[in-house]
Write a new protein. Structure first.
Lengths: 204, 204, 204, 204
DNA sequence: TATGAATGAGTCTTCATTCAT
DNA sequence: CATGAATGAAGACTCATTCAT
């Protein structure tokens, strides 16, 4: 029975994901989801309060993974050097890309097809959170190395965080081979480490 | 009469813009637009063929301006040095920001509230077009300066173009003072010129 | 100017006929007619009071011809023998068929696509009128030849008149060659003269 | 519950029939039907997929009966003599008339008020099917009695079948007493048996 | 005369959601 | 637990017609 119910849950979530991706949240139809999942519309409502919650539930796996990664990242004892260290950056980028590939569909759903749902806030929330973390990190670094230049425009930091999300969006929108992704990673790291070095005034 | 008609057109466009921004294209209601514009629903249809065309018409001012800017940019006789020249880059950035500020609402509409309309393609189209231009430009530069490194991942170029759009999106989503924007511009230019210099291998 | 106006009238009528035939009266659209005729919708209303009158006007050529034929037929000095005379019947049938072929489209319009318009009464009116004439004719014949049997069910006469209309409907619905029509005429006359002879009790 | 649901179904069908008869399919309004049936518009859509299917469902009782009668008629072991035998013909006619009286409203609906719906094809389909049967029957008879004349124009056969339908249409359009119908039946049989006898060349 | 413009009423259909069973 | 049934509100869009110009 438990198994049966889990099957139904999964079936509903799967079909909901397809329908949301296909039509976008607003234009998706609960009927279609139910019909494709082989259950009645009302059954969906016994599992999920409403359309929005269904959407949220569909996105949860990624949201959880993203939160976990964020926490891990935030608690890591990184130093300013890590931002300038290509190897360290590459590692971080690869981990991110691995996760992006894993949650490809959900990410596409959240970034491009969530209009009208509460998941549509994810983009802004995520950027804001990441930005806040960077600011806190910069403060910490300034304490540690008083002579580096951390006088960086808040909005530039924000834009940089948004870039990450933008890149994620581009990755999930295109079908890239592993080689392309690796090459991209190298280029990106080259570009951004050089950029940050310049920002920090370490690039005499 | 002419004035009257133009008034009505403008009124419809204004209210449509508001409604689209407020609810998103899909959830926007023609009834609401008509009611707020003080005309009957059918009157809207004497001016615009359907909801999608109304949306398109709302966005046209920006689309035209963006196209004009693109053409101007593409026909400009830029050189590789311009990409590395902070002054030149700042000028370009400022021009872009000026336009973004001018069409703030429409840009927000296109980037974040256009799901379900044909304007939703703008983002991808724009990124693709810009990427294509950059590729062409790189080829030209490689011919001119055979010793620079232009072996940059296509997808990195794409991601870079997407960054521009992402920044534009952030600008229209936040209420930034002129100082902040100026500061951001400086930082951005510092960061990216350093990045490109590194990419081109000019940064001995 | 007169010529111009007549051109417009004709153009409107032609396109109206097409649209009515295509969609049926109820589903036909004044807009479509106007657009195809190259005039504005309101122009149609300067020529015709409303959709129904436009329909009527489209059908007039046939209605007039049919009335003329009816009058001619009614005033003709026919005798009971004519109904039993194959040559006479064939002649009548051929004349009718000629007219039917001439007004083919309008007849199809009236018989099969006039629902919702006042032309939809034509069928019944025509049958009733023809039936009335036959009744009057039978009365006259009974006076002239008291010994023939004219005790025919009113409704049979009605059904017979309806048959004529039904045949007309079949002719305009099918694409028949002249040979087929001629063969049909012969068969029809053979069949019905035999039938009437039996009815009149003359066929000993 | 079952009873309740059947009541609702029936109520919807009844009111739909009335509305379709009253306004014709195209001009009939789902709102009016729903309102008269005492249900909401959307409830109709839980029972019937769309307006056309509702129309079809309204007509089904007659369509089924007509098909049953056709099958019965086609499988009967009739002979050429039956077409010339007044008693046999009268019997057939009476059975048909009984059915017509039973489904009077639906027949009127199909024959005269179905424009725009898929039931509008019934007339032609029926005529074609009956004609095909007659042709097959004539072939069979020619095999059995090589000396009868079955060289009858296809279109005449078609017109004859259309006559049946035309008569049916006249019956449902008029309020005829049983006597009138009986008298009509006699006349019709007299007329048509004489006609067919002549056609077959048996009436020396 | 010809029409652009305007409209209120209407179209069929779908929606997410609720609830009794 | 699962659902069939029901619904009011809303969807985009079209309609025939009028009227000032």
């Amino acid at each position: 029975m438990q198994i049966l119910k889990d099957n139904i849950r999964k079936s509903i979530l799967d079909e909901a994901k397809k329908e949301f991706l296909d039509k976008g949240f607003s234009d998706a139809s609960m009927r279609t989801i139910a019909s494709n999942a082989g259950v009645s519309v009302s059954t969906i409502y016994t599992y999920y309060k409403n359309k929005d919650e269904l959407m949220t539930e569909v996105c949860m796996p990624f949201v959880n993974a993203a939160n976990a990664m964020t926490i891990e990242h935030h608690t890591a004892d990184t130093d300013i050097d890590d931002m300038l260290n290509p190897d360290s950056q590459r590692e971080t980028a690869r981990a991110l890309i691995a996760m992006v590939k894993k949650y490809r569909d959900i990410i596409r759903l959240i970034l491009f097809r969530s209009e009208g749902s509460s998941m549509n806030n994810f983009r802004d929330n995520y950027t804001d959170r990441t930005t806040a973390h960077i600011l806190w990190f910069f403060g910490k670094m300034k304490m540690k190395y008083p002579d580096i230049n951390t006088d960086v425009s808040n909005f530039f930091l924000h834009a940089n965080c948004a870039w990450t999300l933008s890149i994620i969006g581009e990755i999930v929108s295109h079908d890239l081979s592993d080689e392309e992704l690796e090459k991209f990673t190298n280029d990106y790291v080259k570009f951004s480490t050089a950029g940050w070095a310049k920002m920090f005034g370490k690039n005499t």
